[in-house]
Design a protein around this ligand. Structure first.
Ligand code: HEM
Length: 154
């Protein structure tokens, strides 16, 4: 049986305090590959994963609220991948660091966030909904930009 070979690299870049490494936006083709609905499904899975994760205390306690939060996040990611400006329309300027400031985001919380995201990406990989190159560019964006969100040592 041929299980195929994957060149995807989900390694997580070590966080360096005080360093905000340069961010490259994901390939817009990731969005065209998976479609807007695919991005919404991805964020449903991701937020349901976060809801059960060791960092669930950071997020809404109510499942319906959590689902809504996931869809606002999906709005942002559709926009960052070159799609319609849904996030700007509903919430205004992204200002991601400012929006995360009320939450205590530690280096460890970032690791949980990324690992939960990697799990949510699995159906996209297994069902080959996007190319490895585009999935990699999406992961690279998460890997790098998540370092910017860290606002607490522990
Ligand atoms: C480093 C790990 C991260 C943690 C622990 C984290 C945690 C949170 C929390 C607690 C919220 C508020 C609840 C919610 O509305 O979902 C939130 C909102 C959000 N986060 Fe993160 N976040 C992280 C990284 C990121 C990154 C890297 C991005 C973007 C690339 C991002 C995008 C968003 C967006 C778009 C929202 C919604 C803001 C809004 O609706 O006003 N987050 N995040």
């Amino acid at each position: 049986m041929n299980f195929g070979t994957s060149s995807l690299d989900f390694s997580i870049q070590a966080y360096q305090e005080g360093v905000n490494p340069p961010v490259t936006k994901p390939n817009p083709a990731f969005l065209t590959d998976i479609t807007e609905q695919g991005m919404r499904d991805l964020f449903d899975r991701f937020y349901m994963g976060l809801f059960e994760s060791p960092i669930k205390y950071l997020f809404p306690l109510d499942k319906e609220e959590m689902k809504k939060a996931g869809q606002f996040s999906a709005d942002f990611f559709i926009q960052i991948c070159g799609g319609p400006q849904y996030f700007n329309q509903s919430k205004g300027a992204p200002q991601m660091r400012k929006r995360h400031a009320p939450f205590r985001i530690t280096p460890e919380a970032r690791l949980h966030w990324l690992v939960t995201f990697e799990e949510a990406l699995q159906p996209i990989i297994n069902e080959k909904l996007s190319s490895e190159e585009n999935i990699q560019s999406f992961w690279n964006y998460l890997n790098v930009f998540s370092q910017w969100m860290i606002n607490s040592k522990d």
